[in-house]
Design a protein. Structure first.
Ligand code: SAH
Length: 465
């Protein structure tokens, strides 16, 4: 019906899960990247299947009322953020609807309290990230570039200053690029599996001002690192970023695998500390390069407060915090509970968690490294411990059924589910709903403004008790 290169007039009527515009002609669906719901556009057909196809935005004939000028120079090239053509209000309603849809369609539950999405305080909509991983590559003239991968590809788009991360990082990246040029250090070439530097991971402690730079390399050694440290310190102190940033560590991470996974398993501290220290509310945390840490500090605190509210602790409860990372949620819970048991798969994160408990003077916590779906069924079988409240905060793939089965068996009264993927959250809610749990309330959070990702915090109660 449609052919490649056809030019069409389209009216964008909906938004797909990744933020792309959706147009329909007599039931046939076109997906158009960077088109905003409400736009009237001219588009070129790139691919046409039986019932749907992809078209490229050529011209905006009449812009949607929700269309804005993106506040990023590489908005439509870089694969990092997908919604920069949308006003912030439109981004929030898109995310709210995405969550509602998933919970109703996949989760098959309708009877629950759906709270409005909690967005960023508008003026802080930019430069919100405390962790950024920049791939390193070559441009067509053979010059070293840092930036991000273009959408669905592995070619590096040159981005000197990512608008989602603190501006001091631009000075850090320039220093590393110049250092590599001067020292003839090659970026990693994925195809040839040759070259040294793969990624530059920068962690910025928003509360502490500490910066850790971690070079992910296809090797074990990095030359002249003392000189690089000096260069980084100078660059950071002369950066015009108003935050008082300070380099506190340079770390080498070895990743020699042919893989899309960014980080390897081994870290070596070249200078300073291996971790940054940062604060959330009144608690301080050590964060190592391999450990997970919520990336949007302005939203993290709001999200944790909601998780705590949903946990509804009175003071003597036994709580399991599964997928606990460096023990952030665990320690907030521990201040209000009898005892908290935290489980996390990354051993370095568990080391951080133990240290974090100590540093904050919290001793009613226990942390174990391992996969939650292995540790918990085993722990439950061995101890018969009946938790009052369980908190889970899994990665995008959601919870393993083995874990959900133990949660169901454990007879806990309440489950607080923190999720970064509402589709897998909905799948798990569906499973739990069939097994005695009821979704009571859900609040979405916008932790990733400009991107199509949305975080959710919800709680379920056990109706079998
Ligand atoms: N609650 C923490 C971490 C959430 S991110 C926080 O708010 O900071 C999800 C965490 O789950 C990551 O730390 C990841 O390493 C961990 N993880 C991934 N798969 C896991 C598994 N099967 N069992 C336990 N932890 C896992």
């Amino acid at each position: 019906m449609y052919n490649k290169n056809d030019i069409l007039d389209l009216k964008i009527e909906d938004t797909g899960i990744d933020g792309e515009g959706i147009a329909k002609i007599d039931g046939y669906v076109f997906f158009v990247k960077d088109a905003v719901c409400g736009d009237e556009i001219k588009a070129k057909v790139m691919k046409a299947g039986k019932s749907y196809g992809y078209a490229k935005l050529l011209e905006i004939v009449k812009p949607s009322k929700d269309r804005v000028e993106p506040n990023c120079p590489v908005a439509n090239k870089c694969g990092g953020c997908q919604l920069l053509n949308m006003s912030y209000e439109a981004q929030l309603s898109f995310k709210e609807e995405k969550v509602r849809n998933n919970i109703e369609r996949i989760g098959k539950v309708k009877d629950f309290i759906f709270k409005p999405i909690i967005g960023m305080d508008s003026e802080k909509n930019l430069r919100y990230r405390n962790k950024t991983q920049f791939p390193v590559g070559l441009d067509k003239d053979g010059k070293i570039v840092t930036g991000f991968f273009a959408r669905r590809t592995h070619s590096v788009i040159k981005i000197d200053d990512c608008m989602a991360s603190p501006s001091v990082n631009a000075s850090i990246l320039k220093t590393v690029r110049d250092f590599m040029e001067e020292n003839k250090i090659k970026p990693y070439d994925e195809k040839a599996h040759k070259g040294l530097v793969r990624h530059i991971l920068i962690r910025n402690g928003f509360a502490s001002g500490e910066i850790n730079v971690c070079l992910v390399i296809n090797g074990d050694k990095f030359p002249n690192s003392d000189e690089l440290v000096k260069g980084l310190k100078d660059a950071i102190s002369s950066s015009d970023d108003s935050t008082k940033w300070e380099l506190t560590g340079l770390v080498l991470n070895t990743n020699k695998e042919k893989t899309n996974v960014i980080m390897g398993k081994d870290c070596k501290t070249l200078w300073g500390k291996s971790y940054i220290r940062d604060k959330i509310g009144d608690l301080s945390f050590n964060i190592s390069p391999l450990s997970f840490y919520q990336v949007n500090p302005a939203q993290t605190i709001k999200m944790y407060e909601k998780a705590l509210e949903y946990a509804n602790l009175k003071g003597d409860e036994k709580v399991w915090d599964l997928y606990c990372g460096i023990g952030t949620i665990s320690l907030f819970l521990a201040k209000k509970a009898g005892k908290v048991f935290g489980v996390e798969i990354v051993p370095e994160a568990i080391e951080d968690a133990k240290e974090n408990a100590k540093q904050n003077g919290i001793d009613n916590v226990e942390f174990i490294a391992g996969a939650a779906e292995d540790v918990i069924p085993d722990y439950y079988k061995r101890t018969g411990e009946k938790p009052d409240v369980i908190v889970v905060d899994p990665p995008r793939k959601g919870c393993d059924t083995k874990l959900l089965d133990t949660i169901i068996k454990s007879g806990c009264k309440r489950l607080v589910y923190v999720s970064c993927d509402s589709a897998t959250l909905a799948r798990d809610i569906n499973y739990l709903s069939k097994n005695g749990f009821k979704l009571e309330e859900l609040t979405p959070f916008d932790n990733f403004p400009g991107s199509a990702h949305v975080e959710c915090v919800c709680y379920m109660t056990n109706t079998r008790l």
